[in-house]
Design a protein around this ligand. Structure first.
Ligand SMILES: [Zn+2]
Length: 433
């Protein structure tokens, strides 16, 4: 069996579009009849659910944005009575009110199936032992992976995040074959294993399913080189139930998207105009098989490109490039747009440094200045100040050449940057303070 759900994963484009149109119509009616927020938005725009005759008609409907979720906190966008809700997750809410994610029993089933499809495409099978190092709790990552792996029939170790040394011991003693974690935490674990004298490459570990934060292709290579595993990505958002929206197949060249559950559009973030497939822009998602909180045209702020192409794995599902960055994270330095991912890509190609860095943006007079502190490799650091200054200049030259702005580089001692057990905080914009 090559696919978890062959019918949908290999469906023709035409058949998929018909399926989407039918479910979009149902969802539009569902939210219009049940959620006052959507009824008002539809009425303001002068659109009715029955106006959806083709998929293109979706572009006439209003967007949903993050502040709409916050304004309707906690259950203003819930389409069902709480008696039908069986689970409630929430985002961390570090930047304001959290975002709540209510689920009906059918929503949990829908999510579990999406996750099973994702893990199966990564290569996870019933004989695998999955170490789930995502934080368990309100965060959707932990339970999402737990449910998906259980559905596939694999054994799950619900270890949660933290206590890295114990994680490595469990990994070795239990014979873990699959790791679920943020890419940042995978790197922290790889480093801890090296310190403990345990070679991850000698263990049965073979696949990692990583997500919950944007990471570059260079970061993927770094993790694969250090651990000897296939580092796969699983994409999703709390707003759509958590991970399981998109996933890497063995080709690792773009994430397949679960089109039978969601409709994907790319828009120009400024004009809000829908852009053709193949153009870079902001990802907009509409849920078409969810009951409790099916968001319509939700602006994710994630910047990416969609691709409709043949994949060697045989799936016909639309593909999405790795998330380039979030429009919220984009730094504007002296009028030039810079994504932290561009800086990461360059740093991770440099053999003299570790993949541990922080980016700091400051204002000096009227000028924006961007600094990056990056850890030197031990052997480089030991060579002393002259070598360090040489490497700093070399990296600064590359930054200027590739992204066209001056980034002030400072090599810091090995292990001096705080390690993360979950999502990393790597950018500090001091201009906003
Ligand atoms: Zn594929």
């Amino acid at each position: 069996m090559n696919y978890w759900d062959e019918r949908f994963e290999t469906m023709s484009e035409e058949e998929m579009r018909n399926f989407q149109r039918e479910h979009l119509g149902k969802t539009a009616r569902w939210v219009y009849e049940r959620i006052p927020f959507y009824r008002r938005k539809f009425d303001e725009r002068g659109v009715k659910p029955d106006d959806i005759k083709t998929l293109e008609d979706l572009s006439r409907f209003p967007f949903t944005v993050k502040t709409d979720l916050r304004d309707n906190y906690p259950f203003g966008l819930c389409a069902v009575p709480l008696s039908e809700v069986v689970r409630i997750h929430a985002s961390s809410g570090t930047t304001g009110k959290p975002i709540t994610g209510p689920y009906t029993a059918n929503d949990l089933e829908q999510w579990t199936e999406c996750m099973a499809r994702c893990l199966y495409a990564h290569g996870v099978r019933s004989n695998d032992i999955c170490q789930n190092s995502y934080g368990m709790g309100l965060f959707t990552g932990g339970l999402g992976f737990h449910q998906g792996a259980t559905r596939v029939g694999a054994a799950v170790i619900p270890v949660s995040s933290g206590q890295t040394e114990r994680q490595i011991i469990i990994m070795k003693d239990f014979g873990t074959t699959v790791l679920f974690a943020t890419p940042t935490y995978a790197l922290t674990m790889a480093e801890k294993a090296e310190e403990m004298g345990i070679k991850l490459k000698d263990l049965p570990l073979r696949i990692g399913s990583f997500g919950a934060e944007p990471w570059t292709i260079e970061m993927r290579k770094e993790i694969e080189n250090r651990t000897g595993i296939k580092a796969m990505e699983c994409y999703g958002l709390t707003e759509f139930g958590g991970p399981g929206t998109g996933f890497d197949c063995v080709e690792q060249n773009g994430l397949h998207l679960n089109e039978d559950h969601f409709i994907f559009e790319i828009i120009d973030p400024v004009t809000e105009e829908v852009l053709p497939v193949g153009t870079k822009g902001e990802l907009v998602i509409t849920a078409i098989q969810r009951e409790a909180m099916p968001l319509l045209r939700y602006r994710t702020r994630d910047i990416t490109t969609l691709r409709r192409e043949k994949c060697s794995c045989g799936r016909t599902l639309l593909k999405m490039d790795k998330i380039y960055g979030r429009s919220d994270d984009m730094l504007i330095i002296g009028g030039v747009n810079v994504f932290p991912s561009q800086i990461e890509s360059i740093l991770l190609e440099i053999s003299e440094v570790e993949p541990q860095y922080v980016i700091i943006v400051r204002k000096k007079g009227y000028l924006d200045q961007i600094h990056a502190d990056v850890e030197a490799k031990q052997e480089v650091y030991d060579l002393g100040p002259q070598k360090i200054s040489e490497v700093e200049k070399m990296i600064e030259g590359k930054m200027r050449g590739i992204i066209g702005i001056g980034v002030k580089i400072r090599l810091v001692p090995p292990k001096s940057i705080t390690r993360s057990e979950g999502k990393a905080k790597r950018v500090f914009d001091e201009r906003k303070l």
